[in-house]
Design a protein around this ligand. Structure first.
Ligand code: SF4
Length: 356
């Protein structure tokens, strides 16, 4: 069971391991990150100042065999909205943190020196490392180099140049099982990590198991839950066309954000729809079904190749496609995919950037 809080204070570069307060034991993911921010962050603090805290938490069932339980939640006072913000993503970090027994990682304070740091997480706690090599690097390069440094199976949370520059559209990126990127997108939380001068968090790979009090009952409930997900027609549509299945549906309903939100229907909707995306991926030998973390039974992600049939982007979501497509009057999926790849590398959120 995840029963430890790992706390890092960047002001004095210290790290500690704490017991989880009893009131937080039944919480995980978004519920936990928002509760910690509400309890520990002064509402009037500057989001990029020493008073803000970035809280990272796996879900309650992360690290177990429960289907779709590997999402990671990040929370802080947002530099974009000034309020409590939560953003979450897939990737391998949530499951790895939970297997190390980490209920939440809380990062507070600001370093005194003009230096950058990386955090290395294991079951014993957090080690703060000075970092120079990866500063200024895009997220793809960061993941590649951390794979060499810590091994291919380590989990990685990182910020790109946008986070280093503390842009309010900066996201927090999370390595997926194929060493590609998923994003905790909204609210500029990458800027909070950048303000704390943390370029990456590397989580040691482990095969440790999360303790289950009643394994048989858990397995039985897990099977019923997975079956309910797999049998649901919405899950099946998501597995076939990804979240981009929504383009045609929402366009038909008149709610597709188009031309900077001045219209709800886009003439080029067919060219950027989930159905078209599926056909392009199949024709180019990509993967129309893909999971953002091990144990997902829906597989709404996909690997989208370019015209040269090489990897271009993955996790090509409805939100990115309406934002960089219909809302910007772009009706070419390859162009949107190229922009998606660039933004993943820079660590920029596709929605916040496109609607800015
Ligand atoms: S691949 Fe899609 S359905 Fe599966 S966990 Fe990730 S976001 Fe959810």
């Amino acid at each position: 069971m995840a029963d430890k809080i790992f706390r890092v204070n960047m002001s004095d570069l210290s790290a500690s391991v704490e017991e989880v307060p009893s009131g937080w034991m039944g919480l995980g993911g978004r519920g936990l990150t928002s509760t910690v921010v509400a309890a520990e962050v002064e509402p009037t603090c500057h989001p990029l100042g020493a008073g803000n805290k970035l809280v990272i938490a796996p879900g309650l069932l992360s690290g177990t065999q429960a289907a779709n339980s590997g999402r990671l939640s990040c929370g802080a006072k947002s530099p974009l909205t000034g309020t409590i913000k939560e953003a979450n993503s897939g990737g391998t970090s949530a499951q790895m943190l939970a297997k190390h027994g980490v209920k939440a990682l809380i990062i507070e304070g600001l370093p005194q020196a003009d230096k950058w740091y990386g955090l290395q997480v294991s079951a014993k706690g957090v080690t703060i490392l000075e970092e120079t090599e990866l500063v200024g690097c895009g997220n793809y390069e960061v993941v590649e180099k951390l794979n060499s440094r810590f091994g291919d199976k380590c989990a990685v949370i990182t910020i790109g140049p946008a986070g280093e520059m503390k842009l309010t559209a900066a996201n927090i990126s999370v390595k997926d099982p194929g060493s590609r990127l998923r994003s905790c997108g909204r609210g500029g939380l990458g800027a909070v990590l950048g303000a704390k001068r943390i370029k990456f968090i590397a989580i040691e790979a482990t095969d440790a198991k999360v303790d289950i009090a009643k394994p048989e009952a858990f397995q039985q409930a897990g099977r019923a839950f997975a079956k309910a997900l797999v049998d649901n027609p919405i899950s099946q549509a998501l597995g076939q066309y990804g979240t981009n299945v929504l383009v045609n549906i929402i366009n038909e309903a008149g709610g597709l954000p188009t031309r900077n939100f001045t219209s709800g229907q886009f003439a080029g909707h067919e060219s950027i729809s989930g159905e078209t995306m599926h056909d392009i991926i199949v024709e180019r030998g990509g993967r129309p079904k893909h999971n953002c973390h091990p144990g997902c039974v829906i597989n709404c992600s996909q690997i989208y190749p370019g015209k040269d049939k090489k990897y271009l982007t993955s996790g090509f979501e409805y939100e990115s496609i309406w934002a960089m497509g219909a809302d910007c009057c772009v009706d070419n999926l390859d162009h949107i995919a190229e922009a998606d790849h660039l933004m993943d590398d820079l660590g920029l959120d596709t929605i916040e950037t496109s609607v800015a």
